[in-house]
Design a binder for this molecule. Structure first.
Ligand SMILES: NC(=O)c1ccc[n+]([C@@H]2O[C@H](COP(=O)([O-])OP(=O)(O)OC[C@H]3O[C@@H](n4cnc5c(N)ncnc54)[C@H](OP(=O)(O)O)[C@@H]3O)[C@@H](O)[C@H]2O)c1
Length: 228
């Protein structure tokens, strides 16, 4: 770990956020679970603290968690995306905001249905403006893998409009037990956002639980990602 970070996980009471928070707590970061309800957040934080052995996991409402975090991770369903961002907008002050949102539209979640206007991550950056540097990541990692404690052999495609933000989130992906890969600018988030529906289809077709992706033909990430 290159440095201990304060990471807020909004929606960390749910599946993906819980798994990421657990992994990052185990890696030694300070974690704040965010929720619409501070009570629910504290309850989830207690479970994560117990499971990770960390005494640095706390729970608070989403806006307070976003204010506290150096890194803010958004893990809420697409239907709650814009409303959650509106809630935390005044709390953002230049942090990195990791958006994990896949624009699924139940019940047809195994069919790609991207929103008009482009990828969610691009929309997020437009909504927050210069209040945060947005990265898209973790769209293709099953929450169950993160919580299982298993070794994860899936890649995380990381997008952001500046290489420094991508580098930071690639490192955080590594600390969550995944291989993070530099996937270029936020506009490229359209691919991982769409891929999730295909993975859901594959899970159903092959009765798999945790289908993921692996990019072949590379050994390690470059030290200096190219500028876009
Ligand atoms: N689950 C996965 O394996 C997985 C994998 C890759 C990406 N993703 C993406 O990660 C995001 C979170 O997925 P998830 O499965 O973790 O979701 P989830 O468990 O259904 O929900 C996460 C949290 O979001 C909050 N939430 C739920 N509905 C809400 C609403 N209507 N308004 C405001 N907040 C609401 C809840 O927190 P509070 O009630 O405590 O506020 C909930 O605990 C999604 O965008 C999903 O596409 C998930």
């Amino acid at each position: 770990m290159s440095g201990r970070k304060r990471i807020a996980v909004l929606g960390g009471t749910g599946n993906l956020g819980y798994g990421l928070a657990l992994r990052w707590a185990r890696a030694g970061h300070e974690i704040a679970i965010g929720s619409r309800s501070a009570d629910r957040a504290q309850e989830a934080a207690g479970r994560i603290g117990e499971a990770s052995g960390s005494s640095d996991v706390t729970g608070m409402d989403n806006a307070t968690a976003a204010q506290w975090g150096e890194i803010v991770t958004l893990t809420v369903p697409w239907a709650a995306h814009d409303a959650t961002l509106e809630t935390i907008l005044p709390s953002l002050h230049g942090q990195v905001l990791i958006d994990t949102t896949v624009p699924l539209k139940p019940p047809r979640v195994a069919v790609v249905q991207l929103p008009e206007g482009g990828p969610v991550a691009v929309r997020t950056q437009a909504l927050v403006g210069d209040r945060a540097r947005v990265a898209g990541a973790f769209h293709n990692i099953a929450a169950g893998l993160l919580t299982s404690g298993a070794v994860i052999d899936c890649d995380v495609l990381v997008t952001a409009d500046d290489p420094e933000t991508r580098r930071l989130v690639i490192e955080l992906a590594g600390e969550a037990g995944c291989r993070g890969l530099d996937a270029g600018p936020l506009a490229n988030s359209v691919v991982p956002e769409a891929l999730t529906s295909i993975l859901i289809h594959i899970n159903r077709t092959y009765r798999a639980g945790h289908a993921g992706i692996r990019i072949t033909g590379i050994e390690t990430c470059p030290d200096e990602p190219p500028s876009d």
